[in-house]
Design a protein around this ligand. Structure first.
Ligand SMILES: [Zn+2]
Length: 99
């Protein structure tokens, strides 16, 4: 294997992962939750965002992650408030009237 076989992107990644401030994709993954919660300390946040700028895969991963969170949260709220009106009426109608 020679460097010539690397795609431009792979060459870029090889370069950036040699830089002392860079984190790799694995580290990036482990920071995602803290980053979204706003708990990531500033120096780490900077590395995280730098990685994000150079790595389309992690960028896509973060976007997917955000989507999953959004869906999960909206589902939670849906389950909290949304009992179909028709169901409520059906249940009420099925209760024998005792008067
Ligand atoms: Zn990455």
């Amino acid at each position: 294997m020679t460097d010539r076989k690397l795609t431009p992107r792979q060459r870029m990644q090889a370069l950036m992962f040699k830089a002392p401030l860079m984190i790799d994709c694995k580290t990036f993954d482990s920071f995602v939750v803290d980053y979204l919660d706003g708990h990531l300390p500033k120096p780490l946040r900077f590395r995280f965002e730098t990685h994000l700028r150079f790595c389309p895969e992690c960028k896509a991963f973060l976007n997917d992650y955000k989507k999953v969170i959004a869906v999960t949260q909206s589902q939670k709220e849906t389950h909290k408030v949304e009992v179909p009106h028709a169901l409520v009426e059906a249940v009420l109608r099925s209760i024998p009237n005792e008067t």
